[in-house]
Design a protein around this ligand. Structure first.
Ligand SMILES: Nc1ncnc2c1ncn2[C@@H]1O[C@H](COP(=O)(O)OP(=O)(O)OP(=O)(O)O)[C@@H](O)[C@H]1O
Length: 350
């Protein structure tokens, strides 16, 4: 089922408008991440989809149906919360069956469906246990199975992996992807972790201060961020930011008089190298202060025009503490105007 927001705003009872004119469509069967820093409006947006919150203005459609005024029960979406909220006194199987029991699905039918779901999420060897006897990842699986019990057309996950340790997080994100592909249910999940969103989602919606900054495929966000906020939010290590003034002479090599449009420059860590490259680069003076090797990765700290920057392409054998000319790949360089909009690369695509 696709989800369409048209000019949706949300004002909380204290009078503060926290979501401004949200306009987007989530296509049926996709896995979408709502990504943004704390307070950007992710959970509020999710709650507008679930019906736990009512839009102050605008309309929300599930497919052809206008659901703007329907409550959570009437919308029939499946939800998984951060803390899983399983019933502690019930077995795994009873937890999964519970929503169907409430919906008065006949006993044999709901048992069959619960067993099928336990298998899908791979807890079929745990069905008699109580949630307290399960690991975090297993509880998460049960919560997903329970949310799928009534065959929702939309599944909502609010920070589903945040309570898991790093290794389990990676495992469960692959599992969420697998389960979503097996069921084809339109899935929307909230996260503040860009790498989680990049690994999992078909498309990512980046929110900041209740405004959609960009809504696009992960690769598009990485290679063609529309503004400095998106460029800085996506990517690891974080995008280097250097003021245009600090490297204006270097920028002039390529941009000529257009250099004056540039206020800030973002440079990906992998775009700064001492090697000579066949692709288009600009030469920028840098001073390397330290290079650390992590396994097969490098992390070099340098100063560029008085700014601290990081490169992943400079080896520990590089000259330390003397000024050298680095080559900066234009494919990893973005230029922004004074309000943070991208002015290079020009146009919609990078
Ligand atoms: N019940 C409420 N009443 C008033 N303001 C609220 C309420 N709930 C949230 N807000 C405000 O709305 C804004 C968006 O909050 P929301 O919880 O949607 O953000 P979020 O991106 O999910 O953040 P987090 O990652 O911290 O959960 C914040 O400024 C928050 O303070």
């Amino acid at each position: 089922m696709d989800v369409t927001f048209k000019h949706v705003t949300l004002t909380y009872p204290n009078g503060v408008e926290v979501l401004h004119d949200l306009d987007f469509q989530i296509p049926a069967g996709q896995l979408i991440a709502l990504l943004g820093p704390s307070g950007s409006g992710k959970s509020t947006t999710l709650n507008l989809i679930s019906g736990l919150l009512r839009a102050t203005s605008g309309t929300i459609n599930f497919g052809e149906k206008d659901v703007t005024k329907l409550d959570a029960l009437q919308r029939g979406v499946g939800m998984v919360f951060q803390n899983y909220a399983l019933y502690p006194h019930m077995s795994v199987l009873d937890n999964i069956e519970f929503p169907m029991k409430m919906a008065k699905v006949p006993r044999a039918e709901r048992r069959e469906r619960a067993l099928e779901l336990a298998k899908l999420v791979r807890v079929d060897d745990q069905i008699d246990k109580k949630p307290g006897a399960l690991s975090g990842g297993q509880q998460q699986r049960v919560a997903i199975a329970r949310a799928l019990a009534k065959r929702p057309s939309i599944l909502l996950l609010d920070e589903p992996l945040s309570n898991l340790d790093a290794r389990l997080r990676v495992e469960m994100r692959e599992e969420i992807r697998r389960i979503q592909q097996a069921t084809k249910v339109t899935t929307i999940f909230v996260t503040h972790d860009q790498s989680e969103a990049m690994h999992l989602a078909d498309k990512i919606m980046i929110l900041h201060d209740g405004v959609i900054q960009q809504y696009a495929e992960p690769q598009k966000l990485y290679h063609a961020p529309v503004n400095q906020f998106v460029a800085g939010f996506i990517g690891e290590p974080t995008l280097n930011i250097v003021s245009g003034d600090a490297i204006r002479e270097s920028l002039y090599q390529i941009f000529g008089t257009r250099t004056q449009l540039i206020d800030q420059v973002g440079i990906r860590a992998e775009a700064i190298t001492l090697a000579e490259l066949a692709e288009q680069t600009i030469k920028v003076p840098v001073t390397i202060s330290r290079v650390t090797a992590y396994g097969r990765d490098y992390h070099a700290q340098l100063t560029m025009g008085g700014h601290e920057v990081v490169s992943t392409e400079i080896a520990p054998s590089a000259p330390i503490a003397t000024e050298v000319l680095a080559n900066v790949r234009l494919s990893g360089l973005y230029a922004f105007d004074p309000v943070g909009n991208r002015v290079y690369p020009e146009g919609g695509e990078a």
